[in-house]
Structure formats: structure tokens, C-alpha cells
Design a protein around this ligand. Sequence first.
Ligand code: CTP
Ligand code: MG
Length: 177
Amino acid sequence: MGVMIEVLFSALWLMLPAYVANPMAVVFGGGRPIDLGRNFLDGRRLLGDGKTYRGLLGGLLCGVFIGFVQMNTLLSYYLGAHTLSVVCTLSIGALMGDLFESFIKRRLGLQRGAELPLADQLDFVAGAFLLTYLLEPLWFTANFTPVKLLIVLVTTPILHRITNIIGYRMKLKKEPW
Ligand code: CTP
Ligand code: MG
């Protein structure tokens, strides 16, 4: 039992920079859209008004900040030690995964804010995993064991749902997903 809880907390701990970067993009978002209002070849928006520079920067700074704090606490000794590089790949990867999903949603003809189940919840996880695996493969395989990967994939949609309902009630988000 104790071991299982430790593995669960370790998985969430390792992912924390991504878990912070993603919602902080919502908190800080607004203003100039990243695609500057431009369309893709299909005549639809490249990313849409829901992906902004402010969101990107706010998410990145918060994700890196929390990761930096984690690196300097004793908990990192028990739950997993990030490196500065990994803190960056987790944060940037999360934000890139979210951007990529919006790019795909626009290509599917979905308006900004339209729901795309599972992709909405796991886009940033996929981005964080992929970028970290590509740039820090040794750290990734040593820390994200198969069990922890599975824990992240299963718990994230639940955590995401709860966070977004809170964000919706706080009027930070227009939709509760
Ligand atoms: N946001 C932002 N910049 C980002 C990510 C998010 O400004 N890089 C803000 C936007 O205000 C956005 C809100 O956070 O509307 C919610 O994010 P998300 O659900 O990812 O975007 P949607 O508006 O649902 O747009 P999409 O359909 O493209 O997912
Ligand atoms: Mg959305």
C-alpha cells in the first residue's frame, strides 16, 4: 500500500511542471493570438484565438518556476529529481502538445473551444512525454517507468476534468472541458 502511494505521488510529482504549465496558460492567456489571425491552406485558422503569446509565456514561466522549486526541495530525493533541462522539456512539451491539438482541431473544422474528448485531456501529456523522451531519453526512461506512465495516462483525464470545472466556475474558461 505504502509503495503504491509512493509510486502514484512520484508519477504526479515528475509531471508537475507540465501540470502547472498547462492551466497557467489559461490563467495568463489573452491578447495577441500566436497565429496572428492567419489562416492555413484550408482557409481555416492556423491555431485560433484560444492560443496566445501571453498564455504560452505565462505557462512556460510558471512550469519552469515550479520545477525549479521542486529541484530544490528534499522531496525530490524521494519522489524524483528533475534537471533544469527536463523542467524545460516538460513545460515546453506540454504547451506544444496543446498547440498541436488546436492545429489538428482547426483542420477537422472544429471551432475554438469545441470539445475533442481524450485529446483535450492528454494533448499536453503527449507533448511533455515526447519532447522529454526525445531530448532527455536517459532521464525519461530512468524516471518514467511503465507503471508511472500508465498512472499519468489514467489520472490526468480525471485531474484535468476537475481543474477545468474549477476554471469554468472561476470564469477563466468558457467551457468546462
Ligand atoms: N490559452 C491561451 N494560450 C494558450 C493556451 C490557452 O491564451 N497557449 C487560453 C485561451 O484563452 C483559451 C483558454 O486558455 O481560450 C482555454 O484553453 P484551451 O481549452 O486549450 O483552448 P480553447 O479555447 O478550448 O481552444 P481550442 O479549441 O483551440 O482548444
Ligand atoms: Mg479547449
